[in-house]
Ligand binder design. Structure first.
Ligand SMILES: [Zn+2]
Length: 422
């Protein structure tokens, strides 16, 4: 039922897109795709090509591991993938939410975008800790000013933007913000989020955003609480897929062509209380400040205790590797930013590092491991772009120039090589 109607909706969007795609080199491919879509169900009328310019919607499904698509729970997303492109995003290290959302929207890895962790300390403010749970810090532009997010660049180039949540979107960047934005509130339901996007799309052309972000957190929340293979995660996946269908149906009803780019910030790995590394077994907790714990630990020795802490941590351990930040493997592109703690310990995938009492139950799921862990790979689907088929595994920073191209914005220099934007 819902699947069939959304397929028809998709056909309408695809047919419109075939007329309106701005990327000149892709017009032939779009024609092919439109034919395929048309043959899949009853043809929708091709609309007046001058009626509505396409909008680009960047959708993040937090914690949507790449292989969740293979569970047979996501007909709407599969439909988009079949008509567009699908792949796996390799998150940046650390494979955490804020560093990766900022990497996706700036094209710069955490070391260069300044959001080096969900929790972090800046040597210029040694007595303060950036933390998701502390709005005073999380909303302070000081932490976000090292890289310019795409919505700011877009506004400066005359492209109207709107953010239905995205980490960093509530924070002014040199006093600028997206034209429309919403203060994060997990109580705003997924359905309300989609309706807000549809309300924006419904606006008259002169005040309609051309670039919109949309963010869902329910899949990640279920993954943390119940583990990656739980019924609760599957329910959350299916629910978000239905919301994608709601979005497609709404856009089709107003004959609004759209390009959709679906991403996730990281994957999810099931964890267990039987796989815990307790730092108090290795050193005196009085000798360290543990800025971050869990799949990786960010540790600053207390002044005067450096040698003692290094001796304890830098030797081999069974289920984690610790390095001074300047000695981390080059492939992680991490450790040069002064906000990175002096010592970074990365747990073997599935294990958790704690410093004293666990701040959460280790029985559930987590992320933050080495970004080479296959379970950290994240969702990627592009629909209505020039990309087709399976694009394989790409670094998540490559999404930035792709989205910039879709909205006609010249991107700032970034860490991306542009492999998705060519
Ligand atoms: Zn996340």
């Amino acid at each position: 039922m819902a699947i069939k109607s959304a397929k028809t909706s998709l056909t309408a969007i695809a047919a419109t897109l075939a007329c309106l795609c701005a990327a000149p080199s892709a017009s032939a491919e779009h024609a092919v795709r439109a034919d395929k879509a048309t043959s899949a169900s009853n043809a929708a009328p091709i609309m007046d090509a001058t009626s509505r310019a396409p909008i680009t919607i960047l959708i993040s499904i937090d914690g949507f591991r790449a292989d969740y698509l293979e569970r047979g729970l996501t007909p709407q997303m599969q439909n988009l993938a079949d008509q567009g492109a699908v792949g796996k995003l390799r998150p940046s290290f650390p494979t955490k939410t804020f560093p990766n959302h900022y990497a996706l929207i700036t094209g710069k890895r955490p070391d260069r975008n300044g959001i080096v962790g969900n929790n972090m300390v800046d040597p210029r403010r040694p007595n303060e800790t950036f933390s998701l749970g502390d709005p005073k810090q999380a909303l302070d532009p000081f932490w976000w000013n090292e890289a310019e997010p795409l919505w700011i660049t877009a506004e400066q180039q005359g492209v109207r933007t709107a953010t239905m949540f995205w980490p960093g979107s509530e924070v002014p960047f040199h006093k600028q913000r997206p034209r429309d934005w919403v203060r994060f509130d997990s109580a705003i339901s997924n359905e309300q989020r989609v309706n807000t996007v549809l309300d924006w799309a419904r606006r008259p052309a002169d005040i309609r955003p051309a670039f919109i972000t949309l963010y869902f957190d329910t899949v990640d929340t279920a993954g943390h609480r119940f583990g990656a293979d739980s019924r609760e995660v599957n329910d959350a996946i299916a629910d978000v897929d239905r919301k994608i269908g709601q979005l497609l149906s709404g856009l089709a009803a107003m004959q609004q062509p759209a390009r959709l780019i679906l991403v996730a910030d990281h994957g999810m790995r099931t964890t267990s209380e039987s796989e815990v590394i307790q730092l108090s077994d290795i050193l005196s907790l009085d000798s360290i400040r543990a800025v971050e714990v869990g799949p990786y630990a960010a540790i600053d020795p207390i002044a005067g205790k450096e040698a003692e802490v290094e001796a304890a941590l830098l030797r081999p351990h069974d289920h984690m590797n610790c390095s001074k930040r300047q000695d981390l493997p080059e492939r992680l592109h991490y450790g040069k930013n002064p906000r990175v703690a002096a010592i970074i310990c990365i747990a073997q995938p599935g294990w958790s590092i704690f410093a004293g009492p666990a701040p959460w139950s280790a029985n559930g799921g987590s992320h933050g491991y080495d970004n080479m862990d296959p379970d950290m790979l994240a969702l990627f689907i592009a629909y209505g772009t020039h990309l087709r088929g399976d694009i394989g595994t790409v670094d998540n920073i490559e999404t930035y120039p792709l989205v910039a191209r879709m909205i006609g914005v010249t991107p700032l220099p970034s860490d991306a090589v542009g492999m998705l934007a060519k």
